[in-house]
Design a protein around this ligand. Structure first.
Ligand SMILES: C[S@@+](CC[C@H](N)C(=O)[O-])C[C@H]1O[C@@H](n2cnc3c(N)ncnc32)[C@H](O)[C@@H]1O
Length: 258
């Protein structure tokens, strides 16, 4: 039976496609993709029928997929993966048993790897919150960004739609301090840029470059991810390992032997 795959495609670097995702893609005659995967995944997409899902209305898209599934398996290349901010949930639900979701490498995972930092850090940061000013702003009952920003929180910000100066002002209000901030532009793609600064210096560090494409609304949304919080740079408490070993790991190991 032909299948409908939602392949977590990672941030764009084909090396971050999982083996499972690559195998599924090989089996599909039809692939739905968005920029930048057409260029980045060109080798995987050769000989396949390609479609941009955003060219179709929802019901038109469902009908077209039904008809394509009569002939071949179909894949959607899901940016990052389905876990956060994926537009495809309605299609996954519609196809229910016929749909298979293959996990991928999320943008947050790549950002953490680039900085070589975990986004929670004992005694420094005990919460990592995933947010987007775009979706927070879509509902009047949602908290403001500055209410979520606080000491001890790493904020993982997707799809920023605010001018950088405004974003920084809100974050400053929430954190009440000059904390580290990192901008990740087109991770995993040839134009990749990582800018690590603090709230006070990030605007100058960006040097007038519009990393969010806010001045070019006709362009596709920018692939720019932001992480803020002390976890990015705080010194690591090196006594933590031995404390944890004493309180948890050693006890567990002993219990496992009994
Ligand atoms: C619709 S969301 C998709 C998130 C994706 N589902 C994930 O789990 O990583 C799109 C947002 O993800 C971030 N993003 C996606 N690809 C990126 C990349 N290659 N580099 C930096 N940010 C990226 C940007 O914040 C962009 O606005």
């Amino acid at each position: 039976m032909n299948r409908l795959f939602f392949v977590g495609a990672g941030p764009g670097d084909p090396q971050m496609l999982t083996l499972h995702g690559a195998e599924a893609l090989c089996d599909c005659g039809v692939v739905y993709y968005s920029e930048p995967y057409d260029v980045a995944f060109a080798d995987f997409l050769q000989g396949k029928e390609l479609f941009d899902p955003f060219d179709f209305g929802f019901h038109q898209l469902l009908e077209q997929i039904e008809s394509q599934l009569q002939k071949t398996s179909v894949a959607f290349l899901v940016p990052g993966d389905l876990t956060f901010y994926s537009p495809y949930q309605g299609i996954v639900c519609h196809f229910a048993e016929k749909a298979e979701v293959i996990p991928g490498v999320g943008v947050a995972n790549v950002a953490s790897a680039r900085l070589k930092r975990t986004f929670d850090l004992p005694a420094v940061c005990n919460r990592a919150l995933i947010v987007s000013p775009k979706t927070l702003g879509a509902s009047s009952s949602a908290p403001e960004l500055e209410e979520l920003a606080a000491r001890g929180v790493s904020l993982l910000i997707y799809m920023n739609n605010m001018p950088l100066e405004e974003l920084v002002a809100k974050l400053h209000k929430g954190y009440g301090a000059d904390v580290p901030i990192a901008l990740f532009y087109r991770l995993g793609l040839p134009e990749e840029k990582v800018l690590l600064a603090t709230l006070d210096s990030i605007v100058a560090t960006c040097d007038g470059v519009d990393y969010f494409h806010l001045n070019e609304p006709e362009k596709r949304p920018a692939l720019t991810f932001v992480v803020v919080g002390e976890s990015l740079c705080a010194p690591v408490d090196t006594t933590w390992w031995d404390q944890k070993r004493q309180t948890d790991w050693a006890k567990r190991k002993k219990a496992g032997k009994n």
